[in-house]
Design a protein around this ligand. Structure first.
Ligand SMILES: Cc1cc2nc3c(=O)[nH]c(=O)nc-3n(C[C@H](O)[C@H](O)[C@H](O)COP(=O)(O)OP(=O)(O)OC[C@H]3O[C@@H](n4cnc5c(N)ncnc54)[C@H](O)[C@@H]3O)c2cc1C
Length: 419
């Protein structure tokens, strides 16, 4: 059997497309990878500006993700770990809530923070223990309610929901009402509880760059935008075309198939603004949450509290806005600066850049944790990959890429055996 003969194209060099290429290579194929933009990574990219590392939106790698453990070399990524907790900023004052069982230094501040009741703290411990025992497939096979409903049913007080769970999970789900499925809450909570939130020292973009470096036989064509796709013929916007035997569509598929126009994905958006400032009063790597109802800023992070490969002379602050608004860019900067001063007591800010990410996370009604290779199959020759098939996470992107590649491998091997 000579696998090399099969022509396989992958459309999209985000994390799911890169994993699909890697898995196909591991099975003896040499795929062609077409990417619309000038570099790989999709939603996972890092820019360098004035010597600072700016990720395209604040994101973290949860090192407990099974797929990340399978495909990434953590040592080479030089992962820097966040502390398991958060600063809660309110009216210029700062409190800490954290997991003292994992970091003893968080015990006293958590107990004396006044955030949540004593029974909330017991409920958190109970949740940690329960979710540690639950497998990921138990979680995704389990019942689905909104995260808000889930927290209320578990008896958490309104105070801890408002001051901790809402801003923390708004920053993760990129929606302010906690109406994301409780399956995602349980999955993310389990990942936080069994591992760490981390960032590669050279920024989140190191993840796709590492995957790219692993590809030895994949031919990558950047700046190539697929326009349409019919019977194995790929048509690109520059007028060129290519015939292939199999396709992995590692991006939204509704753009390329007329019969899927009504199945377009809805997306959640966010903005991340970067500032520099001469000082940060506290060097601990904790995410900052801003729970006040009236503010636009949701979460902040001082990036120099983690070791970073490149860092300019001052502190780098990222600020994430999830709530929708009608501000112009300059009005937004003014508003964010004011809120940082009023709520977090942070001043002397120099604005660097804003990333507006309109398609940050897919808005999905039902979330899944796994998919079989055959379920990724759209037509005889087209297989789908992308986080939108499962849930909005790096783990899901990697898993979907692996399964789409295996779907093609199984199909080719099956057809070879049947011949
Ligand atoms: C702000 C933000 C914060 C996030 N935070 C986290 C987090 O903390 N933890 C976590 O696990 N996940 C997080 N995520 C989600 C994670 O980044 C995504 O789940 C993952 O990157 C999706 O990868 P993908 O390959 O499915 O899609 P994409 O990254 O969107 O890749 C699709 C690729 O296809 C290309 N493409 C599109 N159309 C065409 C075409 N016509 N022709 C050729 N190429 C095309 C695109 O340019 C892109 O490169 C976050 C995402 C964002 C944006």
């Amino acid at each position: 059997m000579n696998n090399e003969k099969e022509k396989i194209a992958i459309i999209g060099a985000g994390v799911s497309g890169l994993i699909a290429a890697l898995v196909l290579e591991n099975h003896g194929f040499s795929p062609l990878l077409f990417e619309k933009t000038e570099r790989v990574g999709g939603r996972v990219k890092t820019d360098i500006m004035d010597g600072y590392q700016l990720d395209h939106g604040f994101q973290v790698l949860l090192d407990a993700y099974p797929m990340a453990q399978k495909y990434l070399d953590y040592e080479a990524l030089n992962l820097a770990k966040f502390l398991p907790g958060a600063f809660i900023f309110k009216s210029g004052r700062k409190k800490i809530i954290g997991d003292p069982l994992r970091n003893l230094s968080l015990l006293i501040p958590t107990l004396t923070s006044g955030i949540g009741t004593l029974s909330d703290k017991f409920r958190i411990l109970k949740l940690n223990t329960e979710l540690k025992k639950k497998t990921i497939s138990d979680i995704f096979d389990g019942p689905e309610v909104t995260t808000l409903e889930y927290l209320r049913r578990r008896g958490f007080s309104d105070e801890i929901i408002t001051n901790f769970f809402k801003p923390f999970f708004t920053g993760i789900f990129l929606e302010t009402e906690l109406d994301t499925s409780s399956r995602m809450f349980e999955f993310v909570y389990k990942m936080f509880g069994t591992g760490h939130a981390t960032l590669p020292t050279s920024g989140i973009g190191a993840i796709p760059n590492q995957l790219l470096a692993k590809l030895k036989r994949t031919k990558i064509q950047l700046n190539s935008t697929l326009e349409s796709c019919e019977n194995g013929k790929l048509n690109f916007t520059d007028g060129s075309s290519k015939h292939v035997d199999y396709i992995v569509l590692a991006t939204e598929s509704s753009d390329f198939f007329n019969n899927m126009r009504n199945q377009e994905i809805a997306w959640k958006s966010c903005q991340t603004l970067y500032f520099t400032t001469p000082k940060n009063g506290d060097g601990r790597p904790l995410i900052g949450l801003i729970p006040s109802e009236g503010t636009f800023i949701n979460n902040i992070f001082f990036h120099k509290t983690l070791s970073t490969e490149k860092s300019g002379p001052e502190e780098l602050l990222s600020v994430t806005v999830v709530k929708s608004h009608n501000f112009s860019e300059s009005e937004l900067i003014t508003q964010v600066k004011k809120e940082l001063e009023d709520e977090c007591n942070i001043r002397d800010l120099k604005y660097l850049k804003t990333y507006t990410i309109n398609k940050a996370l897919p808005k999905l009604e039902h979330l899944a944790g796994d998919i079989s290779p055959s379920e990724t199959r759209l037509t005889d020759t087209v297989f789908l990959a992308g986080d939108y098939l499962l849930n909005g996470s790096l783990n899901a992107a990697m898993l979907s890429g692996e399964k789409a590649a295996l779907g093609i491998v199984d199909t080719i091997r099956g057809s070879v055996i049947n011949k």
